[in-house]
Design a protein around this ligand. Structure first.
Ligand SMILES: *[C@@H]1O[C@H](CO)[C@@H](O)[C@H](O)[C@H]1NC(C)=O
Ligand SMILES: *[C@@H]1O[C@H](CO)[C@@H](O)[C@H](O)[C@H]1NC(C)=O
Ligand SMILES: *[C@@H]1O[C@H](CO)[C@@H](O)[C@H](O)[C@H]1NC(C)=O
Ligand SMILES: *[C@@H]1O[C@H](CO)[C@@H](O)[C@H](O)[C@H]1NC(C)=O
Length: 356
């Protein structure tokens, strides 16, 4: 059952305020409806446009697109050529504006970090960025408007590296690093769900890990940055995997330890002051979580989802209490107007959840 009455959940949750949220027995629980893609690629890249149109991307240079709500999928990735073997690439992040326009980011060392753009539904792709810096490793890409976007790399010369486009991804420039605060030794982002870089209301955020405590960087313009402790346990392969804001003040962050998929301590935090102060969740998501998403729309303003290899959780209070609702493995989640949420992950898994 893919439908769920969130109004009923909300009423049940409010009735339990104080004692911690516990969802009353007998109410419908959200359930992902799996949408077979016919492939086994791992899709960490996810970009729904509407309840009908969505793009996923991942290993093997794979990009799939549906225009019928996930009933059928077309393979629309860049065609490998002799001079550009895109089959070797892993498109860990994708942004899309329609069934025609999308931008994909491949991750990896050296020239494996690349950006490709399509304006015709994937019939043709143009490579618009190829990394030339040895130390760079791009993790995530995000757009604040159809024109302005940035991509984020692990530190180069001791600072998180950013590139910027002002023309919808056609051309890219390295952002001057003077306004970026220094990274700590071992600090880096996670190319796990396309949400280690986020932008809302003109502000920018970078989620990082590799050090303890893990940290979240923030900027009012993408050029001048500050950083705060994230209240999420960090270390090797551990830290903040995903940061998302619903407005200029309210944000959630999730993560944990990639090597400990069911570890459920200190793996989520929330803020109400734009990321200056992060507080640990009161009830954590039930395992390491790689992706998170706010649910848009009236009546959902404090609702968000988190996904990871050991399951999915929701919060109805802006990230303080998380409740597991599914045990399936996903890496990425994103919601669009409707509201409709989409999730994607390993073994070609894609799913959808219609909220009512
Ligand atoms: C392209 O890359 C794939 C995956 O790494 C590899 O299996 C294949 O042999 C490569 N093709 C060419 C023509 O180099
Ligand atoms: C990437 O680098 C390899 C060798 O380091 C080179 O053979 C290949 O042509 C380069 N590809 C692109 C697209 O620049
Ligand atoms: C992550 O989990 C693995 C497996 O349990 C453990 O060996 C490692 O120490 C953990 N790392 C951190 C930073 O907690
Ligand atoms: C998830 O798995 C656990 C342990 O097997 C089980 O107790 C729980 O009911 C499951 N939750 C859901 C939402 O399926």
């Amino acid at each position: 059952m893919a439908r769920l009455s969130w109004t009923a959940l909300l009423v049940a949750a409010l009735a339990n305020t104080g004692a911690g949220l516990s969802i009353a027995r007998g109410l419908p629980r959200p359930t992902w409806k799996l949408l077979p893609t016919g492939t086994t690629a791992r899709f960490r890249g996810l970009a729904p446009v509407s309840d009908k149109i969505a793009w996923v991307s991942g290993l093997g240079g794979t990009v799939l697109r549906t225009t019928d709500g996930g009933l059928t999928w077309a393979s629309v990735g860049p065609a490998p050529s002799e001079s550009d073997n895109t089959t070797a690439l892993d498109f860990r992040d994708i942004e899309a504006w329609s069934a025609d326009k999308a931008i994909i980011l491949s991750i990896g060392e050296g020239n494996s970090s690349r950006v490709y753009v399509t304006g015709d539904g994937g019939a043709s792709w143009t490579r618009s960025f190829t990394n030339e810096e040895d130390a760079a490793f791009y993790d995530c890409i995000a757009f604040e408007s159809p024109e302005r976007g940035m991509a984020m790399s692990d530190p180069v010369d001791g600072k998180i590296r950013l590139i910027e486009t002002l023309d919808g991804g056609q051309s890219w420039n390295i952002v001057e690093s003077a306004g970026m605060v220094p990274a700590e030794d071992g600090e880096a982002g996670f190319a796990a769900s396309g949400t280690c870089l986020a932008t809302t209301a003109g502000r920018w955020y970078v989620a990082a890990g590799g050090v303890n405590p893990s940290r979240i960087f923030r900027s009012g313009d993408g050029y001048t940055w500050d950083v705060s402790d994230a209240a999420i346990a960090g270390g090797e392969g551990a830290g903040v995997f995903s940061v998302q804001f619903r407005d200029a003040e309210h944000g959630i962050a999730v993560g944990g330890n990639y090597s400990d998929p069911t570890g459920n301590i200190n793996n989520a935090a929330w803020t109400k002051d734009g990321g200056v102060t992060w507080l640990p969740a009161t009830a954590f998501p039930d395992g390491y979580r790689s992706g998170s998403a706010w649910v848009p729309g009236r009546g959902f303003c404090n609702t968000a989802l988190a996904v990871g290899p050991s399951g999915s959780d929701f919060t109805l209070d802006g990230g303080k209490f998380w409740h597991r609702f599914d045990n399936g493995s996903f890496d990425s989640v994103e919601c669009v107007e409707g509201p409709v949420c989409w999730a994607s992950g390993e073994k070609g898994r894609v799913a959808r959840l219609v909220l009512t």
